[in-house]
Design a binder for this molecule. Structure first.
Ligand code: GLV
Length: 322
């Protein structure tokens, strides 16, 4: 009997490819650039499964390229790139990769918090430009974390893993949860505050909400004005949770002290107004980028595909997927 076909839109670790090979006829895209929509539609034709990236926009137009499609396995925890209701209407299961990237993303969030508060990227730029004049008592002073408040927006898996690490830095944690993380935060030892109050009282704000209509531009001119002038904002969730133009204004005008971003509204583009600012750390969407985690993500996506194609429930179906 012919094995079901799966289109994989990126190179995957060999163990993952081997797992898929056993159960499916694999069509693996190996290009450097994200797959074009035309090629995606064309190569998806007749396939039962699609393993894709957050850079692939999977809408009804793409899904209609293959009436045989049964599962879309996104290699990411976020799935705002997939039209889940269009998938459900076509009987297509959508899966994501929660859990396996929690620790790596929480670690990276702390790397950004430390980088921006201790001006590491700014200092590195200065060194490379040969502009360091030597140690001075008042040179490139940053801000300490001990005794300050970390404000987590979205206390899901990653938000909680970031909160856990705050103890090591002597910070207290408070959070606001717009109710989109799908997690019960009862019983956790952190103060829950309304968003505006959290923004007003926190020294570091770290964003961990999924991108949804309710969270698009959650951080905007109005909310930025609530922050302390000494506050920093860190985003490892989705770029469009912040209005980048408003953020550039706040950083330029000293409305806040600094920001560190791993994600952008229009990746891979960065808002031109952000590039020239010294008080922002810009990372190229690396939150989950460790060998271990990226392997685990691809493997989980493969196991989801194999489960669905064998008539079993997927391991990690996205909550809205039917
Ligand atoms: C990365 O951004 C992810 O959603 O996994």
């Amino acid at each position: 009997m012919r094995k079901p076909g799966v289109l994989v839109t990126c190179r995957v670790p060999s163990a993952v490819a081997a797992r898929l090979d056993e159960a499916c006829e694999v069509d693996l895209y190996t290009g450097e650039e994200p797959m074009s929509r035309g090629e995606l539609r064309q190569r998806l034709e007749g396939k039962q499964a699609l393993m894709c990236l957050l850079t692939d926009r999977i809408d009804s137009d793409v899904m209609d390229a293959s009436p045989a499609l049964r599962v879309v396995a996104n290699i990411a925890v976020g799935y705002d790139n997939v039209d889940v209701s269009a998938a459900s209407a076509r009987g297509i299961v959508v899966t994501n990769t929660p859990g396996v990237l929690t620790e790596a993303t929480a670690d990276f969030t702390w790397a950004l918090i430390l980088a921006v508060t201790r001006r590491i990227a700014e200092g590195e730029r200065l060194m490379r430009q040969g502009r360091w004049k030597g140690w001075a008592l008042d040179f490139m002073l940053g801000s300490e974390l001990g005794g300050k408040q970390l404000g987590i927006v979205g206390l899901g898996r990653i938000g909680r893993a970031v909160a856990t690490r705050a103890v090591a830095f002597g910070m207290r944690v408070a959070y606001a949860d717009p109710g989109l993380t799908g997690h019960d935060s009862h019983g956790l030892p952190y103060a829950r505050l309304p968003l505006d109050e959290l923004l007003t009282g926190s020294d570091i704000i770290s964003l961990h909400v999924p991108l949804a209509p309710e969270t698009r531009h959650l951080i905007n001119r109005r909310t930025l004005l609530r922050l302390k002038r000494s506050a920093y904002i860190v985003n490892t969730s989705r770029g469009a949770v912040i209005d980048e133009e408003a953020l550039a204004w706040a950083l330029r005008e000293g409305i806040i002290a600094g920001a560190a971003l791993d994600v952008y509204e229009h990746e891979p583009a960065i808002h031109a107004d952000l590039i020239g600012l010294e008080n922002i750390v810009l990372a190229p969407h690396l939150g989950s980028a460790t060998v271990e985690t990226r392997t685990a993500m691809a493997d989980l996506a493969a196991r989801n595909i194999i489960a669905v194609l064998s008539g079993e429930p997927p391991l990690t179906r996205v909550p809205e997927s039917r």
